[in-house]
Ligand binder design. Structure first.
Ligand SMILES: Cc1ncc(C[n+]2csc(CCOP(=O)(O)OP(=O)(O)O)c2C)c(N)n1
Length: 658
């Protein structure tokens, strides 16, 4: 400690000491309040404070920091008013999440902090995205992100480090190795000697630091950070430390040998630093007592502010209104000048024109750069927009989606191309838990479009043919778009990119090259939540989307005597209920055609809605027609049997006879 501390001024040393004391004293108070039943859950960071405090102290205030559940010292070192922190924990209005998410699960742009979601790993990818945004703007800023040693076993850890290494992102990855992940000791968590050694595998600089020595943490990180700012690259740091209390207060510590506590108690970062400062004549006993008194007074004053604060009233409207960021749709009229192009060209053109319009838009996906993507949607994009904006990614859907969230936090728009919609399953967690919930949780939008080449018809089997929109329509916070025609695809994609909310954009790959249309040549938009009535009739309402619309059209062509309204939903979230209602009032019969298996799909929900809201107009039960309840097979005849295309005509005729 002595040698390293000589380069630090007394002011810095005392400041670090104060910063260490604050989270410790807050925790001591919290532990009393827990016993009194006034605070519910608590994840202790006692004994680990030097890491949170040290990392935060070497960052500039405008550099993002992404803490985990034991990093109270990050929040206090960024000087968040304590009453706001207390109100957050107590679910009061002056907190950061309007009582919607607890403890440290929040972010704040005001303090450049992005808190975690429970799943731990996505945090690392958000840091990649934030750092990428800094790098693209050529700002010499770094981003620091925390993980426990337990969460290094998650795939996200590997993906995030790999992406940061491949893209030379200035991310400081901090592993707090505190010996246990809940009850699991490190020997049951990983096999290598030091986690820092994993850096070698990623081609990444790495260091081991004594996490209980504030001077070592501060001086080493200070130097590493300066180097990272000058020459952007990621660094992996393993902080050796120990968890001095249970996983959370209710879970106890019986599974931890007592000797370990005794061994680490001697290394307590605050006692150690206090001894050192006293020996060096920098801190007297009176000064120490005075500092503690001041901090305790601050804590008590702020705790009282929180206690006196009125609780939250549950308000239905506020809850529903906060799921999405309010977005005023901007209409750009379609030109009369058109070009006859295929569905795929329309997507490509929309994307290109959006790229010209939004300087802060980037696209990420596998093989999308020089190769042009699996379906060639982005062919020529690298030449037009450069490799910084058109980014080939390693095969790691999860961390690319999390990075997209980070890009959005740091003011970029992004489109993520899934090579096939099926592979969204390996990016599922950050889509449904991170992107979808971010605005509701802490008011931060996620300006991301995930493009999903989907659907059957090419005999591609169970992992390249699914239409998995129902995985996403179920999740509040996502918008889901599913066009059936080239002109709609282009206008809706432009809107999706303008909308600051996360949009899952389905592109049926069997339509890519089979459907052409006169498509307006200019940049135009189409609003979400407006279905398209593409055929009008009186006998029956047919509702569908995607390839189903074309199957319905074929059926009507083969049966010219059927007079039907054909509604193409175009967007599944939001849904255009009014167009449906009007049509049902007129025709009194409804059939809903969906490509996906029946159970839990859009057809079921729409059917229920129609029964509940239009029952008096119905002359027959609402009919759903969908694929059978199996995975999708690859052989032509099996695929044809799976899909509802053939069955649709039969069911339609039965319905008309009802
Ligand atoms: C994906 C996922 N799996 C399991 C959990 C439950 N869980 C929460 S924290 C934790 C232990 C984490 O250990 P570590 O990463 O070492 O951090 P520490 O708590 O020791 O600081 C577990 C298993 C979770 N939150 N998310």
């Amino acid at each position: 400690m002595e040698v390293q501390s000589q380069i630090l001024s007394q002011d810095i040393l005392l400041d670090l000491y104060k910063k260490l004391l604050k989270p410790r004293l807050i925790e001591e108070k919290m532990l009393i309040l827990i016993r009194q039943g006034k605070v519910s859950k608590w994840f202790s960071g006692m004994g680990q404070e030097a890491i949170a405090v040290g990392v935060t102290s070497i960052l500039h205030n405008d550099e993002y920091i992404l803490p985990m559940h034991r990093n109270l010292g990050v929040f206090t070192s960024r000087n968040i008013p304590l009453s706001r922190l207390f109100s957050q924990w107590q679910g009061k209005p002056n907190g950061f999440t309007k009582g919607r998410d607890r403890s440290f699960h929040f972010g704040t742009q005001e303090f450049n902090i992005v808190g975690m979601i429970s799943h731990l790993g996505p945090q690392l990818g958000i840091a990649d995205g934030i750092a990428l945004a800094h790098k693209l703007r050529k700002e010499n800023k770094i981003t620091a992100v925390f993980t426990g040693e337990g969460a290094t076993s998650e795939g996200d850890f590997h993906e995030a480090l790999n992406v940061a290494a491949v893209w030379d992102l200035p991310v400081m990855f901090i592993i707090e190795n505190n010996g246990y992940g809940l009850s699991t000791p490190t020997r049951e968590q990983y096999k290598c000697e030091n986690l820092a050694d994993k850096g070698i595998g990623y081609g990444m600089e790495s260091h081991i630091i004594d996490g209980n020595n504030i001077v070592e943490v501060y001086t080493k990180l200070h130097e590493i950070a300066e180097d990272m700012r000058q020459n952007p690259h990621p660094v992996l740091i393993e902080m050796k430390t120990f968890r001095m209390r249970g996983h959370e207060e209710a879970s106890g510590t019986k599974y931890i040998p007592q000797e370990l506590f005794e061994e680490w108690k001697i290394k307590d970062p605050i006692t150690r630093f206090n001894n050192y400062l006293t020996e060096m004549g920098i801190l007297s006993e009176e000064q120490d007592a005075q500092l503690k008194k001041e901090i305790k007074e601050e804590i008590d004053t702020h705790w009282k502010i929180t206690q006196d604060e009125a609780g939250l009233e549950a308000n239905l409207e506020t809850e529903l209104n906060d799921v999405y960021k309010p977005y005023e749709y901007q209409h750009f009229e379609a030109s009369t000048e058109t070009k006859n192009i295929r569905f795929i060209d329309a997507i490509s053109e929309g994307l290109k024109q959006s790229f010209e319009r939004h300087e802060n838009l980037i696209i990420m996906g596998q093989d999308i750069a020089e190769y042009g993507g699996a379906f060639k949607v982005t062919e020529g994009f690298v030449d037009a927009f450069g490799k910084e904006r058109v980014r080939n990614t390693p095969i790691c859907e999860s961390i690319i989606v999390s990075s997209a969230a980070g890009l959005s936090i740091n003011k970029y728009k992004s489109v993520v191309e899934m090579q096939f919609a099926d592979f969204a399953s390996t990016g599922f967690n950050p889509i449904v838990n991170l992107l979808a919930k971010q605005h509701y949780r802490w008011g931060e939008h996620a300006d991301v479009v995930v493009r999903m080449p989907c659907g059957a018809g090419s005999g591609a089997g169970p992992f390249h043919s699914q239409t998995n929109e129902a995985w996403f329509t179920k999740t509040p916070g996502l918008k889901v778009v599913y066009p059936a025609f080239p002109a709609d695809a282009k206008g809706l994609l432009n809107t999706a990119i303008n909308d600051p909310n996360p949009v899952i954009f389905f592109e049926h790959k069997n339509l890519y090259r089979s459907k052409s249309q006169d498509v307006p040549a200019n940049y135009y938009t189409i609003p979400f939540g407006q279905a398209s009535l593409i055929k009008e009739g009186n006998d029956v309402t047919i509702i569908s989307y995607g390839a189903g619309v074309h199957w319905a059209l074929d059926t009507l062509t083969n049966n010219p005597s059927i007079s039907a309204d054909l509604i193409d939903l175009r967007t599944l979230q939001p849904l255009d209920y009014e167009t449906i209602r009007k049509s049902v009032q007129k025709t009194n019969r409804v059939v809903i055609l969906q490509e996906d298996s029946m159970f839990g799909g859009i057809a079921s929900d729409l059917s229920a809605w129609i029964m509940e809201n239009c029952f008096e107009y119905l002359d027959a039960p609402v009919k759903r027609v969908a694929s059978i309840e199996t995975p999708i097979p690859f052989m032509d005849n099996l695929e044809a049997q799976y899909l509802p295309k053939e069955r649709f005509e039969k069911e339609l005729l039965v319905l008309l006879q009802f």
